[in-house]
Design a protein around this ligand. Structure first.
Ligand SMILES: NC(=O)c1ccc[n+]([C@@H]2O[C@H](COP(=O)([O-])OP(=O)(O)OC[C@H]3O[C@@H](n4cnc5c(N)ncnc54)[C@H](O)[C@@H]3O)[C@@H](O)[C@H]2O)c1
Length: 250
């Protein structure tokens, strides 16, 4: 087990990529706080972990709310005695419309969750990671943080912001032995792509738009998150690891 004695938080841990990352961390020996705005699905992730012999708690958290993020960190350190790993994974997509048709409210909402949420996670976790003598932060960016796509203005901008915020934090906190990396998933089989799946005209293209010609599974992304969280990635920081079946090259 490669995360024995480690204490980890996974935001957006109630579903999809975050759920699989939380389960993987627990299998590798970590104590995990599952944070999600959705209590039911977050508690389900905790049950899945506990039923297979792992240790986890759920803390209801909206990542755009600084008081809730502070509470998430406090509850984790009070319950488990510290913090070593933070996965800033919670995220949402935007309505598929041109930017001229996207409301200002929706723009703010997407940026608040996808980008400010990552900032708040870093801001309030770093002091605890320093106390632990170092640690790892993994931010979930996106292939759409590395290349533009029509009708994705807020999502594109938020995820590109995550890539540079990752480099910024890697530079600021490397001296405390805190590594900060991002992952950039391509099309992964989770709820967030439901609208694309139902689009009979575009789905055949979207689902094969990479070198491997298929979509990815949340497990395949969780493997990359686990790698970046583990000591196997001890000299990797400031990186954005594409987990996209070659989507960036396509
Ligand atoms: N699935 C993909 O194709 C894909 C591709 C690239 C990047 N991503 C990114 O991966 C991350 C995880 O998404 P997913 O695909 O697993 O989708 P998902 O919808 O299955 O899971 C997202 C989780 O985040 C939670 N969440 C949403 N808003 C929140 C908030 N304000 N505070 C706390 N939790 C919140 C949801 O309740 C849900 O449990 C997101 O950041 C997403 O942008 C996904």
């Amino acid at each position: 087990m490669k995360l024995n004695e480690k204490i980890a938080i996974v935001t957006g841990g109630g579903a999809g990529i975050g759920r699989q990352a939380a389960i993987r961390f627990a299998k590798e020996g970590a104590k995990v706080t599952v944070a999600d705005v959705n209590s039911q699905s977050g508690e389900e992730t905790v049950s899945l972990i506990v039923e297979s012999g792992g240790e986890a708690i759920f803390v209801k958290t909206d990542v755009k709310n600084s008081n809730q993020v502070k509470e998430l960190i406090n509850t984790t350190t009070n319950t488990f005695g510290g913090l070593h790993i933070l996965v800033n994974n919670a995220g949402i997509s935007n309505s598929e419309v041109r930017s001229v048709d996207l409301s200002e409210e929706e723009w703010d909402h997407v940026i608040d969750i996808n980008l400010k949420g990552v900032f708040l996670g870093i801001k309030y976790a770093v002091p605890e990671l320093k106390k632990s003598g170092g640690g790892a932060i993994i931010n979930t960016a996106s292939l759409l943080g590395l290349k533009g796509k029509k009708y994705q203005s807020a999502y594109n901008a938020s995820k590109a912001g995550v890539v540079l915020l990752t480099q910024n934090a890697a530079l600021e906190y490397g001296k405390y032995n805190i590594r900060v990396n991002a992952i950039a998933p391509g099309v992964i089989d989770t709820k967030i792509i439901d609208a694309w799946k139902q689009d009979e005209r575009r789905w055949p293209f979207i689902s094969r738009a990479n070198a491997l010609g298929r979509i990815g599974s949340p497990d395949e992304v969780a493997n990359a998150i686990f790698f970046l969280a583990s000591d196997e990635a001890s000299f990797i920081t400031g990186a954005t690891l594409s987990v996209d079946g070659g989507g960036l090259t396509f």
